[in-house]
Design a protein around this ligand. Sequence first.
Ligand code: F6P
Length: 358
Amino acid sequence: MRVGILTSGGDCQALNATMRGVAKALYKMFEDVEIVGFDDGYKGLIYADYRIMQPNDFSGILTKGGTILGTSRQPFKLMRVPDENGLDKVEAMKHTYRKLKLECLVVLGGNGSQKTANLLREEGLNIVSLPKTIDNDLWGTDMTFGFQSAADIATNAIDCIHTTAASHGRVFIVEVMGHKTGWLTLHAGLAGGADIILLPEIPYDMDIVVNAIRSRSKQGKGFSILAVAEGAISREDSLLSKREFKEKKKSGLVYPSIAYEIGAQITERTGQEVRVTVPGHMQRGGEPCPCDRVLSSRMGAAAAVLIRKKKYGYMVAIRNDELTEVPLEEVAGKLKTVDPNSSIIREAKMIGISFGDE
Ligand code: F6P
């Protein structure tokens, strides 16, 4: 029996740990299993770049960040668009799958990758997918692997800023990854003791942000720390259509990112010195944390169980600490966002964190 496997989209810390989990469980369950690893995500499936993996390839990788297979972004919206040589990518993927006589394909990926996984399912391929992303924004699972490791790094960045912020009495902004959802910023902000947390799901009012900083100054607190998501948005911008928003960005002062824009506004209104830190891709790097190693190992084993049962067309998920699976058609195209009325937001507000909204 041959099982294909690929890692797709932006990487994260626990991709190798998850593949190891899948492989170890498969080798234990089946005597005759051969695992085919595709290079650089769906690209490897399209262009038939693959290698036959050996059990040893999956040893010693539990703690190794990145992905031993490589990854790439192959946007879902371009999947039906032929490549520069006129190749039909979907047909090419089906061809590779059939040529290799795969029993199924295991896909480790985030939102876009799950959409393509679902497309391949609709095209008749046997798919098992696993929820990868530091953003934790995949619908249907309480947690994605990669999230907790990235939260550790983003928290550490805020921790480091704390000591210097206290010495200098400045306003510091740490910009955390997450364009569409704010899970990482919320968790790192809470864990790192940020004073203000700005998320894409809770449009901020600059007057409220500035008041929160002023009120800290009045209490004799010389510094403030803001954890700002890449996709944080002001209340007025959130009312614009996508096109109007793009036009506004083009016509105004162009900042490298939202943290710099907010920083400039804070200095203008309060006269306070502001410093911006962007940990960026550090958040996806390094070793997976213990929580991710556990989650990945469990999810990998759960994927192998689906293969043993020939239960295809599902994404492995965790709910209430139990491993389960969700139909790919339900997952594809849906985001799990932070609910502004959820208890975690209420509790954060109770301890004095401002989200710039009230
Ligand atoms: O989806 C994971 C993620 O790290 C996001 O948090 C971030 O906005 C994006 O990928 C960055 O993508 P890239 O690595 O392509 O710059």
